[in-house]
Ligand binder design. Structure first.
Ligand SMILES: [Zn+2]
Length: 436
């Protein structure tokens, strides 16, 4: 095994635990490039064990992202666990450089190049779990590169509509919208909030035996279930491909994300006789509607063609092992909108009472009080009243007010449901709404 020499050295006399630390296995670049280790023996010697230790440390702490960057006279690692940054190791700049170069080599990137962004990936295994490590390097001001590694656990799948918080009524509504063979259904949320996963779930929720559904975009190897990718003519532009798919009896098309005015206009124009499902980056569902109207240049088109928007935000779940129950104050319940009969809520453990020693941090969550995340969902449907508000150019506040009036599922109501069920805390709900 080429990468087999990654064990830590013999324990030093001052090591207080002689436990052998488990190290990640690197199993090759995702682009198939063979890393030439023998031609880079000095780099391997300086960087391989360090790179393994950094990645193993991060994965053992459940980090989904690692950032390593030069900061002043040191290289600084930051681990992101459930979306929250935690400071990792500080190291001399040569060590940071060796790790960055080593990861580039393993990811099949050009190690001679340091002034241009590059991206790739590494197949890896840690503690019996397969991962894909997505690697990005970007030059930073003042010299050096910023390395970002995103760890995708290949065994975690959050793709069924139920996993994503779709209730049966929501699922039924999505089906009814698809059935109209026209209009646009959107998934909206901030970057990295699972917007694409949500859009996939919407497509997958449609019955393949009743409707012809085609994927029209590059899904980068992700699994779209029963949905067939439409094989058009490679010389066709987007509108020509869509026209061909319509001739092939398409009911629903999954198309690439809306990112600009021209493409937005095409999607809404072509949605006259096929239902389009896609995504847009936006703070929430109401802002997505406002953005779409701005791109279309006419809110009446939004009102006419849009079926609805499902918004999503990620929120951390309380650690089941160390969460602490408390009796909420009735004023607080009233203020946040929880039923007055709520007897118990949960929160992460607080600091030890004065004079008492701090307890050992929880082994399951590492003392953060949270373990894993879930999505909050909101669903803004274009009811007759909502259409009128949107067509008149109503802003996000007006759209949200109408959604509330019609008791549509909101991020806040979905979040409170999780708080009442003891799955997350009020503090976390407030944090998730403060962050963009
Ligand atoms: Zn815990």
């Amino acid at each position: 095994m080429v990468f087999g020499f990654g064990k830590k050295g013999p324990p030093q006399p001052d090591d207080d635990d002689n436990e052998e630390v488990e190290l990640v296995l690197f199993q090759g670049a995702t682009n198939g490039t063979e890393a030439n280790l023998s031609a880079n023996a000095r780099l391997v010697q300086a960087g391989l064990v360090r790179a393994k230790e950094l990645v193993s440390d991060a994965l053992s702490r459940r980090a989904e992202m690692i950032r390593l960057e030069p900061k002043g006279k040191v290289s600084l690692a930051t681990f992101f666990v459930d979306g929250i940054p935690y400071p990792g190791n500080r190291m001399p700049p040569q060590a940071g450089l060796a790790i960055t170069q080593m990861i580039k080599l393993l990811a099949g990137l050009d190690i001679q190049l340091s002034d241009k962004p590059q991206s790739g990936g590494i197949k890896a295994e840690y503690s019996g779990t397969p991962y894909t490590l997505r690697v990005n390097v970007n030059p930073v001001q003042g010299g050096g590169e910023r390395l970002v590694i995103r760890a995708e656990n290949k065994t975690v799948k959050l793709t069924t509509p139920e996993d994503l918080g779709f209730n049966p009524q929501m699922r039924e509504r999505i089906r009814a919208m698809a059935q109209t063979k026209s209009g646009v259904l959107l998934s909206a949320g901030p970057p990295m909030s699972g917007v694409t996963t949500m859009a996939f779930a919407m497509v997958r929720g449609i019955d393949p035996y009743l409707y012809t559904v085609y994927n029209m975009t590059d899904v980068e190897g992700r699994d779209l279930g029963h949905v067939t990718t439409f094989e058009g003519n490679p010389d066709d532009n987007w509108v020509q491909s869509v026209t061909r798919a319509k001739r092939a009896e398409a009911d629903v098309l999954y198309v690439g994300p809306i990112r600009n005015a021209d493409y937005c206009k095409e999607v809404f124009e072509e949605a006259e006789d096929v239902c389009m499902i896609t995504e847009v980056a936006a703070h929430d569902a109401a802002s997505a509607i406002v953005q779409i109207s701005a791109w279309l240049g006419d809110p009446k088109i939004t009102a006419k063609r849009l079926h609805g928007v499902i918004g999503q935000k990620l929120i951390r779940l309380l650690c089941r092992k160390c969460r602490q129950a408390y009796r909420p104050n009735p004023k607080l319940l009233q203020k946040v909108g929880l039923p007055p009969e709520t007897k118990v809520l949960y929160r992460p453990p607080g600091p030890a009472p004065e004079g008492q020693p701090e307890p050992e941090p929880c082994a399951r969550c590492g003392g953060t009080g949270y373990y894993g995340r879930t999505g909050l969902t909101e669903f803004i449907e274009m009811s007759e009243e909502m259409k009128q508000i949107v067509a008149a150019g109503g802003d996000a506040v007006a759209i949200k007010a109408q959604a509330k009036k019609e008791k549509m599922q909101s991020l806040n109501s979905d979040g409170l449901r999780l708080v009442a069920a003891g799955k997350t805390s009020l503090e976390e709900l407030q944090r998730a709404f403060r962050s963009k």
